[in-house]
Design a protein around this ligand. Structure first.
Ligand code: PMV
Length: 317
């Protein structure tokens, strides 16, 4: 069995599509798993995904992004197609937690283990990126990258170059409460809406994206020095900018306000927006109260998670 983590975007979503930096964090304790078993009853690989509501052969659903990924990997690594891949995931779908990237990464890791091969995280991220395109259209690449590296990352697209991917140093443990609006929001919808608004008023949106970029730079500094209150302020600023960019919602605004009223150091929507999840940064002693306040304000689910301190290097590259 192979696994891969969920992720959260700490700051910089949407602006990252337009070449600004963003910081993403893996959630080590919320994971997707993939298990391969032999299946000699057919020549077609089977994907069995009870949490995604289906079991299908890759020939049956050739346009499905996971079918395409499995086909690519088994052909490239000479794996027998007579397999069944069972996927389980604790990550809510279409909610900004990287469910699609985690499932795809777990599949690639399991298929590689089966073939006795290893690949660097950047190559796994590249394979998963292709399947992410099937879901999102034009993803920036941040989700597949943070999930494959399984480390806090700084991510920035560059014209005519591969994206800049750097490890992000975190000096102190960070406690987050994640609140789920319960509203599923496929990322491509808010991403498409932002593109239309940017096309209609590029000057305004470029300026908003620049403001996001400045706070992402400041957030990296706050992470490195362990200045958690400063990071909280920056998350609040990021939420305000995401509202202006037009990707928040009544529910996300209510949950972020409830978290701050309950003592969070800062809160913002995380991911594509319009639904999905928000995150609240807190001291550990306030986490339970904030989770309670989020549920009272309408969160369908809450999760308390701690991001461990991290060094500024990639050990497994
Ligand atoms: O997959 P999500 O919902 O976490 O969103 C990804 C972040 C965006 O910046 C909105 C899109 C992208 O491709 O980077």
């Amino acid at each position: 069995m192979a696994t891969a983590p969920a992720k959260l975007i700490l700051c910089g979503e949407h602006a990252v599509v337009y070449g600004r930096p963003a910081i993403a964090l893996p959630l080590a304790d919320v994971r997707a798993t993939a298990t391969v078993t032999a299946n000699y009853s057919t020549n077609e690989s089977i994907i069995n995904a009870p949490d995604l509501g289906g079991r299908w052969s890759i020939a049956e659903r050739p346009d499905d992004p996971l079918s395409g990924l499995v086909k690519t990997v088994i052909e490239r690594f000479g794996i027998s197609p007579q397999i069944e891949i069972t996927i389980r995931s604790a990550i809510p779908i279409a909610s900004g937690m990287g469910s699609g990237a985690a499932i795809a990464t777990a599949i690639v890791r399991e298929l590689l283990a089966l073939s006795g091969q290893t690949l660097p995280p950047a190559v796994i991220a590249g394979l998963v990126y292709e399947s992410e395109r099937g879901y999102h259209g034009t993803p920036s690449g941040i989700d597949n990258t943070v999930v494959a590296f399984e480390q806090p990352i700084w991510f920035q697209r560059r014209p005519n170059l591969p994206p800049l991917i750097e490890p992000v140093a975190i000096n102190v443990p960070l406690t987050f409460v994640v609140g789920d609006t319960g509203i599923r929001s496929p990322t491509r919808l808010p991403v498409g809406a932002v593109r239309e608004r940017w096309q209609a008023d590029p000057v305004r949106y470029e300026a908003l994206f620049d403001q996001v970029a400045a706070l992402v730079v400041a957030a990296r500094e706050a992470l490195a020095t362990g200045d958690v209150p400063a990071l909280g302020h920056l998350l609040n600023t990021n939420h305000e900018l995401l509202r202006e960019i037009g990707v928040s919602s009544t529910e996300l605004d209510q949950l972020t306000a409830a978290a701050c009223a309950a003592g969070a150091l800062g809160a913002k929507l995380a991911g594509g927006g319009w639904g999905g999840v928000m995150i609240a940064l807190t001291t550990p002693d306030r986490a339970t109260d904030i989770a309670t306040a989020l549920r009272a304000a309408g969160a369908t689910n809450t999760l308390v998670t701690t991001i461990a301190p991290a060094a500024a290097f990639f050990p497994d590259r």
